[in-house]
Design a protein around this ligand. Structure first.
Ligand SMILES: Nc1ncnc2c1ncn2[C@@H]1O[C@H](COP(=O)(O)OP(=O)(O)O)[C@@H](O)[C@H]1O
Ligand SMILES: [Mg+2]
Length: 503
């Protein structure tokens, strides 16, 4: 720690409220030439803290010092001009532009006549990519790269600004183990080159291994900052989730819980499901009319389970039985034919057709019923739409407006309602409340509950521990591709699920 003599950044007494709730409550944080990790559960305030440092969010209170001088950044660009760079939690690139355009942005190489020199710009881009050993063509379209590659390009881009401070907000979630190792190695190298690093992640093993210091946030408050060498994992987990006695009275986010049917008849049986680097020997049952939650932090494999069941992901071993019979599904169309429905995590990319009306979005999966020898049977169309609109209580109740004009919560209802039809036996929902306004979360779960009461078995995939704990009949916790525990929500607190998920 000899190099840790000069304080580079100091955040003093930072508070920020969103809608009356403290996202950060008088938090102090400082950064030397070190790797300083921030950990905490979803919603603890990690992203808000670093966004404030980046000038993306204005704090309500508190001060920021850079090399001892008080500063205020009104935008990330200003932070960047002061040699602070960040890899954001959400990808923030332009999928229709090339890697070179994304990475260099306004910094293209120009010819003497002022025209952009594409060849030289691409070479420069390649140099930046090579700093991270990335074998990616500077000419590829950003949107054609895998999520992990896109994240690594953003990392290369942040480094290309020659930052003195580099912030990485959960950069590992989309990365394979090998890519993570490259990333950790690079983080250590750039620290040795004098860059101070703020690292946000859920992967406690890596954090303890990599960090000089670790700060724990919980519900907007700083619990402690400690040296990496002083930490043990149990202590860290306890700081993150809190001692039982310190727990605030659990807020009931979802109060619509009434157990549907008490059935033990399995509809889906998953046996020894494995997928390289994603899932390992996963076995569980989904019962009739059950609302089963599976939870874990990013990279735990929960999303993969849904993708396998719906026939999107085919590279796995193990078996799936549907109502006792081997279910060998190799495409989403087959899954639908077998009575499965699926709502993906990314509604905008895969869930809705933005230009189409609410009504047409509603009937997407029932189109075959509605087409009559190739013609749309308007009467059937209207009946199906009316019936579904009644069930989901959509506002405004107008099937002809475009779906893009609805709020996130109402869009999600439409996507889910598509699967309310006689054929659906199993519904898989991946992060059903993501991007949904808080007021609508309960309505989404009420709708899910209604479907279980109709006998549909629902698998909810969610990384919102508290929310899914309140909503589910039964909760399985995943960690690094394995089931590490089963939680009975009636008998335990949600923090237990989280503690298992990060151990
Ligand atoms: N732009 C925003 N508007 C309203 N609430 C927000 C916003 N950003 C964050 N929050 C809330 O602030 C809290 C902290 O969020 P965040 O900093 O993203 O947590 P973390 O990164 O630790 O998961 C959460 O309760 C979150 O819902
Ligand atoms: Mg965050």
């Amino acid at each position: 720690m000899e190099a840790m003599t000069q304080k580079i950044v100091e955040l003093r007494g930072i508070s920020k409220k969103f809608g009356g709730i403290f996202a950060l409550d008088r938090v102090n944080f400082d950064l030397y030439n070190e790797i300083h990790s921030i950990v905490g559960h979803n919603g603890a305030g990690k992203s808000t803290l670093v966004r404030i440092l980046m000038g993306a969010i204005r704090p309500d209170e508190g001060e920021i010092f850079l090399n001892g001088k008080a500063v205020t950044f009104d935008s990330p660009r200003e932070a960047q001009q002061n040699r602070i760079a960040m890899v954001w939690q959400e990808l923030s690139n332009f999928p229709n532009l090339s890697v070179t355009e994304n990475l260099l942005m306004q910094r293209f190489v120009h010819k003497s006549n002022g025209i952009i020199d594409w060849k030289a710009s691409q070479d420069l881009c390649t140099q930046y990519l090579l700093r991270l050993n990335l074998d990616i063509s500077p000419k590829s379209l950003m949107g054609k790269l895998s999520l992990a590659q896109q994240q690594l390009v953003e990392f290369a881009k942040a480094l290309s600004y020659d930052p003195a401070v580099l912030i990485l907000d959960e950069p590992t979630s989309a990365l394979s183990l090998k890519e993570q190792e490259i990333l950790y190695e690079k983080i250590a190298t750039i620290k040795a080159q004098g860059v101070a690093v703020v690292f946000i992640s859920h992967k406690l093993d890596e954090i303890m291994h990599l960090s000089d210091r670790v700060t724990v946030l919980r519900d907007g408050q700083k619990i402690f900052t400690k040296n990496g060498s002083e930490l043990d994992k149990d202590g860290l987990v306890e700081a993150i989730v809190g001692k039982p006695s310190e727990k605030k009275k659990a807020q009931r986010v979802v109060s619509v819980k009434q157990k549907s049917t008490d059935s033990s008849e399995p509809v889906i049986q998953i046996r020894n499901l494995s997928m390289e680097r994603h899932l390992e020997d996963v076995t569980f049952d989904l019962k009739r009319g059950e609302l089963l939650g599976i939870t874990g932090v990013s990279g735990s494999g929960i999303t993969d389970v849904g993708r396998i069941l719906f026939g999107i992901e085919l590279e796995y071993t193990g078996e799936v039985l549907l109502e006792g019979r081997l279910y060998d599904c190799t495409s989403p169309q087959q899954a639908v034919n077998h009575g499965l429905g699926y709502v993906p995590k990314d509604r905008k990319e895969e869930g809705i057709i933005p230009g189409m009306s609410v009504g047409d979005n509603l009937i997407l999966s029932t189109l075959r019923q509605i087409y009559d020898h190739g013609f749309v049977n308007n009467k059937t169309r209207k009946t199906v739409i009316d019936r579904t609109m009644d069930i989901i209580d959509l506002k405004p109740r107008d099937p002809e407006i475009t779906i893009s004009s609805l709020s996130g919560g109402n869009q999600q209802k439409v996507v889910m309602a598509r699967w309310i039809s006689e054929g659906t036996r199993v519904l898989i929902l991946d992060e059903p409340t993501r991007g949904v306004d808080v007021g609508a979360i309960e309505k989404i779960y009420a709708l899910i509950r209604e479907m279980t009461c109709m006998g549909v078995s629902v698998l909810v995939i969610s990384s919102e521990f508290e929310e899914i704990h309140h909503a589910a009949d039964r909760l399985l916790v995943f960690n690094k591709g394995k089931i590490v525990g089963e939680i009975d929500p009636a008998a335990s607190a949600w923090e237990e699920a989280f503690a298992l998920a990060i151990k």
